[in-house]
Design a protein around this ligand. Sequence first.
Ligand SMILES: [Zn+2]
Length: 184
Amino acid sequence: MTLPIYVYGSPVLRKVAADITKDYEGLSTLIANMWETMYKSDGVGLAAPQVGKSIRLFVIDASPMDEEEPALKDFKKVFINARILNREGEEWAFSEGCLSIPNIREDVYRPEKIHIQYYDEKWEFHDEYYEGIAARVIQHEYDHLDGLLFVDHISPIRRKLLTGKLNAIIKGKVDVSYKIKLPK
Ligand SMILES: [Zn+2]
């Protein structure tokens, strides 16, 4: 089942999400629905707050980006209760978009490498290091768990230039091909 995506202005996107336990009700259904929602909307990642759940869960399938980075060919993962322990390396710019901020892309600077710990959908623990586009996508999705959006990382001037477009999203004056949930 596809879920509506909460867009810019929705309070749930600004909350710090909570860890979950193994007995979180409906977890496997939620994950399946998040995959379906992500694929239908042509995203490479989706975080639970984007479907209205303030929990520390996100999914990523970066395989469509394997032309840019062949290592991403099989990159399809579920991240539960993730914690980034360290970020390092030079910050580099990449044009980011977000399903919760339709039709806007901006260059965002983020550190090159991360060290992350998380559980997968089978509740197996992982302690891993990522770099390049994988580290980029993870950091974007991870931000959603802390109530951050990519527009928080751009310069105040760039953000000011986007005000009109962001206000249009809040009011639903946006052309999207997937279901969205507007802020009340
Ligand atoms: Zn996003």
